[in-house]
Design a protein around this ligand. Structure first.
Ligand SMILES: *Cc1c(COP(=O)(O)O)cnc(C)c1O
Length: 351
């Protein structure tokens, strides 16, 4: 009775191992819903891979991973003098590497924890967090005034740009070198293998550490299968009513109730059919189901994406199966296409 993620364990693990072997200095990222796998499972896998650093998104996520993985913990959200960052468990402080994106925060953090380990974030064209060149330059002075501070490197968070980052990174690296900060590591995201190779040969004195989430955990989709269970099947004639909104069936078929709803992150997809008015008129003329207001669902039966009979409920969804299609039975599994980063599964089965 569940929305289930089934993982082909051997295939998934061999993919993870292959990525780790191919990416020296790899830093796995475990954040949010753990890319569908849960944070705890990703922490255990990072332990199994034997990697020295795991990145989490927020300070709030640290307890989830800290007991399942024993290496260093890089927090990607920059440190601020409030909230969970300022209330860090002293027992974890030794393992945490803070990201610092403002000069004042560096001063403040080192005032509280003089031997803090910090990665200094330089703003990129993404313009999310990070310091300007001048601000980064002035951190060197703060570091000199705090001799116990441990600078673990500079962080660059780049937009998704399919291999178009090299000139930006070269420009940023020129600044990093000019700061004369005591650092030799650059933590990066979203660089292609070719870009990383080029940077490593241009800056042989620096270690480039790629932070990887999606391409690591979700990089081999063939190892993953998402299914829902058919919970009920009702035969309907044209004109029969059903659902919370008491809609009527536009033609004969079956209403299926399947597990998976808004609580799992199952949402409405884009409406079926052509967007143009002409296309719409043509479907209306054909008496298409989308003309009846039915919307495409992420559930598919026999390889075909099926329509919601009405918007998804909290834990289940109603689908409309037109007459003629094979009707699955109660207890059968149907495939579901999901966004892994926005889905919470009832069950995760690793085979
Ligand atoms: C989420 C995140 C990543 C990993 O992103 P993916 O696209 O999932 O690989 C890397 N760096 C930072 C700062 C992030 O927030």
């Amino acid at each position: 009775m569940a929305l289930t993620l089934t993982v082909d364990g051997d295939r998934w693990r061999s993919h993870l191992r292959q990525v780790a072997d191919a990416e020296p200095g790899l830093v796995p990222v475990a954040k949010g819903n753990g890319y569908g796998f849960t944070l705890g499972r990703l922490a255990r896998k990072t332990q199994w891979l034997g990697l020295d650093t795991l990145a989490v998104g927020t300070y709030e996520e640290l307890p989830e991973v800290a007991s399942r993985y024993d290496g260093d913990l890089l927090v990607l959200t920059p440190w601020r003098p409030f909230g969970a960052a300022a209330e860090l468990d002293p027992g974890l402080a030794r393992r945490v590497i803070h990201t610092v994106s403002r000069v004042d925060d560096l001063t403040d953090l080192l005032g509280r924890q003089p031997d803090a380990r910090v990665v200094l974030e330089r703003a990129t064209s993404m313009l999310r967090h990070g310091m300007t060149a001048r601000e980064l330059w002035s951190t060197a002075e703060v570091v000199r005034a705090n001799p116990k501070a441990r600078v673990a490197g500079v962080a660059l968070h780049l937009p998704l740009a399919n291999g178009a980052h090299l000139s930006e990174v070269h420009r940023l690296m020129t600044e990093v070198v000019a700061t004369e900060l005591p650092l030799d590591t650059v933590w990066v995201s979203h660089l292609s293998a070719a870009e990383l190779t080029a940077l490593r040969s241009s800056y042989p004195d620096f270690t480039f550490r790629p932070r990887l989430g999606t391409d690591l955990w979700l990089g081999d989709r063939g190892a993953l299968r998402v299914t829902a269970t058919v919970l009920d099947v009702h035969e309907v004639e044209r004109g029969d009513g059903f659902g919370y909104r008491h809609r009527t069936a536009p033609k004969a078929g079956h209403v299926l109730v399947v597990s998976g709803g808004t609580a799992h992150g199952i949402g409405l997809e884009a409406p079926l059919g052509e967007a143009s008015l002409r296309g719409r008129a043509a479907t209306l003329a054909r008496g298409g189901l989308d003309a009846a207001g039915f919307v495409r669902s992420p559930f598919s039966i026999d390889g075909k994406q099926r329509l919601f009979a009405e918007p998804p409920h909290m834990q289940a969804s109603m689908l409309f199966l037109p007459h003629g299609a094979r009707v699955p039975g109660v207890g059968d599994e149907v495939d579901v296409r999901v966004r892994f980063t926005a889905t919470s599964f009832d069950r995760i089965v690793v085979t």
